[in-house]
Write a protein that binds this ligand. Structure first.
Ligand code: NAI
Length: 654
């Protein structure tokens, strides 16, 4: 037997070979080149074992395989050697999956926990895929999110297994499927409780049960001329969501299938070529960078610093209600306090809806989350909570009053946090006997969608242990924590507000709202500044704008006040820069404005870039990478541009 580093191979009493992956020095199984090498060696050893079959499984508790080695995709287009390495790696991945598929015994991938990218491609090369029904089991081909598409043969094998109408959406969206859904759509063969996982895998080998086949009428779609028509439809659908100039990968995937879908060996070859070409694009390089930035943010919080069980939220409004529900959905006990019974009733009402949207048909998770969310008008939870988050309205005096009371009742080791978006931390902390305990935990609206959590500290007041605890808490509730210095607007609002106000100014100068918003979206922003202003509420925009304008020296456009005087507050009143019906935007008429659209875009984006540079100079965040990460995950800033500082650098070097 070979002396393996990253896997073990043994035979059981049923004469079945077990290949258990346990990649050394990594918390999750990653298909690094040396791991692929070992799988290849294992394939040739299995041939001499005269086994009844082979089961591939994981020796890690957290999941099956986290995917390919994304380090291999890092580089720049001038560094030719990197691309050669990437090319070699893709070839190695394809060959490994070919070897698994080519074994003349029955093979099974046994999945519990995550299974992503290259891990899914390796599973697809097996005869059977058995997955658990655990909510942690998530199977995906998320390569598109890195600006590429599957490259280890996954484009061919997923279509062969599931049919094009199921496989393409999986690859084009990068969506993850639970074991149950995977079995329903033909990705997995069986979905079973964890206690039956092994026996089901063994059963598959000993009995080779019949496999589901893709219906003939679906197969017809893969033949010419239907293939071209289906590809055209897919292209149209994808174009609605992604600009081909910004995101070429989904279009390359559709073209790959359109051109070579009928011929597997041709498609394998062109899959590899297409992926290596995509890796070279600036989009893929920036998206790979974003992937690592996300890991960097995840690494900021050291979970071992605390093990929170109970969170107490004060204020059951828009933010407090959603923060409480989010924490309950993450498995924590939550008490939520508000002086108004009506507000508390609304928290539960809204939680019902939000949790249904999050967990879909998973009624057990919905029920358990609701059980953990307890209205607490009297604030009894303060005394026992590990973390106390204040989210009452933006009023310094009232917030001070609340914290004075909280400090008296809370445990001495409890984290005290405010969700304020504009009040300097030191102003609130002033009334505390232990001001160094207070931190900001600034969530973004909507809490269920925005991954970033600003952990706000005041250099002179906050104890650094508290900031570290805040970051650790952020990881416990599955947010991306970013430490930011307490200053006007912290990081995100400070960068977003000048962009938003520039949009309002342009409108005041006669540029139609649709032109302004389109210019921003063409750059890659998820929402134009005026639709954003309508969504936030024009009254809130003016309020925050006033606070920031005095400290940042921004000119406030007059037309905001005019809108407010006419009770046009945006989405919530049905009118703002746009019209809304039942909360939905009424499609505005096209404009025939003939001015310089590029200049509009420049004006909007340069506001964000300028403010980003100032934030760095003032040390609001520690470095440019963290600033990029914060702005991407806090505002949705065009991810394919790699963040404002990365964009500035690439503009300067162009
Ligand atoms: P809101 O007005 O929707 O809710 C405030 C709630 O606090 C109300 O239900 C009110 O009854 C309750 N409340 C007031 N005084 C209280 C007290 N002494 N004890 C218990 N409950 C009390 O406000 P919203 O929008 O949820 O904002 C809350 C905080 O979050 C503010 O500091 C705001 O700056 C911040 N924030 C708001 C964001 C947003 O988009 N709305 C985004 C990020 C932060």
């Amino acid at each position: 037997m070979h002396d393996y580093q990253h896997l073990s191979l043994h035979k059981d009493e049923h004469n079945i070979a077990w290949l258990t992956l346990d990649v050394q020095g990594k918390p999750a199984n990653i298909l690094m080149p040396e791991v692929l090498d070992e799988i290849q060696i294992a394939c040739s050893e299995v041939k001499h074992l005269a086994a009844n079959g082979l089961i591939i499984c994981s020796g890690k508790a957290n999941g099956f395989i986290a995917g390919a080695d994304i380090e291999r995709f890092k580089g720049n287009k001038d560094a030719g050697n990197n691309i050669e390495l990437a090319q070699e790696y893709i070839g190695q991945g394809q060959h490994t999956c070919d070897l698994v598929e080519g074994l003349d015994i029955t093979t099974v991938a046994m999945i519990d926990g995550f299974c992503m990218g290259g891990g899914t491609e390796l599973s697809l090369a097996c005869d059977y895929i058995v997955a658990t029904d655990s909510p942690k089991t998530k199977i995906s081909l998320p390569e598109i999110k890195l600006g590429i598409h599957p490259g280890f043969g996954g484009t061919v094998r997923s279509i062969k297994r599931m049919g094009v109408m199921k496989a393409m959406p999986m690859m084009l969206t990068g969506r993850a499927y639970t074991g149950r859904i995977a079995a329903k759509i033909g990705l997995a063969d069986f979905c079973v409780p964890i206690r039956q996982l092994k026996s089901t895998a063994i059963h598959a080998i000993l009995n080779t049960p019949a496999k589901k086949v893709v219906p003939a009428h679906m197969r017809l779609l893969e033949k010419k001329p239907m293939r071209s028509i289906v590809a055209m439809q897919m292209r149209k659908q994808v174009e609605r969501k992604a600009n081909p100039n910004h995101y070429p990968a989904p279009f390359a995937l559709i073209d790959l299938w359109k051109e070579h879908g009928g011929n597997a060996s041709d498609m394998y070859e062109h899959e590899a070529r297409s992926v290596t070409k995509l890796i070279l694009t600036e989009t893929a390089q920036n998206l790979v960078k974003v992937f690592f930035l996300q890991s960097q943010l995840k690494g900021i919080g050291d979970k071992s610093l605390l093990s929170p069980k109970h969170v107490h939220v004060i204020g059951g409004g828009v933010m407090g209600g959603d923060i409480a529900t989010w924490c309950a959905a993450q498995g924590l006990q939550v008490t939520v306090q508000d002086m108004s019974d009506e507000a508390l009733a609304k928290v539960i009402q809204r939680a019902n809806k939000t949790l249904k949207r999050k967990f879909k048909k998973d009624v057990i998770s919905i029920r358990d989350s609701l059980d953990r969310l307890i209205p607490d008008k009297a604030g009894n939870g303060i005394a026992s909570a590990d973390v106390i988050i204040e989210a009452i309205f933006e009023d310094l005096d009232v917030k001070r009053q609340v914290f004075k009371d909280v400090e008296q009742k809370a445990r001495p080791d409890a984290i005290l946090a405010t969700n304020t978006s504009s009040i300097p931390l030191a102003d609130i902390a002033e009334v505390l006997q232990t001001p160094e305990r207070l931190i900001g935990l600034h969530f973004f609206n909507p809490v269920f969608k925005m991954p970033l959590l600003e952990v706000v500290y005041d250099e002179k007041v906050t104890h650094e242990v508290q900031t570290a605890m805040g970051c650790a808490f952020g990881r416990h509730i599955n947010k991306l924590p970013l430490p930011v210095k307490s200053s006007s607007g912290f990081l995100i609002n400070r960068i977003l507000m000048p962009y938003l106000l520039e949009g309002v100014t342009l409108h005041q100068q006669g540029v139609p709202a649709t032109v302004i918003d389109k210019a921003a979206k063409d750059f890659g922003m998820p929402m134009g500044p005026l639709e954003l202003a309508d969504t936030v509420g024009l009254d809130i925009c003016l309020h925050v704008g006033k606070i920031l304008s005095s400290s940042l020296g921004i000119n406030l456009p007059d037309n905001l006040q005019t809108f407010i005087d006419e009770n046009k507050l945006g989405k919530k009143t049905g009118t703002g820069f746009y019209q809304y019906k039942k909360g939905k935007l009424v499609k505005p008429a096209k404009s025939n404005w003939t001015g310089d659209k590029h200049q509009i875009q420049e004006r909007l984006i340069s506001k964000m870039l300028d403010e980003s540079e100032k934030c760095l100079e003032e040390g609001v965040v520690e470095n440019a990478d963290l600033l990029d990460a914060g702005v991407i995950f806090g505002t949705g800033f065009a991810p394919f541009r790699g963040g404002p500082m990365n964009y500035l650098r690439s503009k300067q070097s162009a």
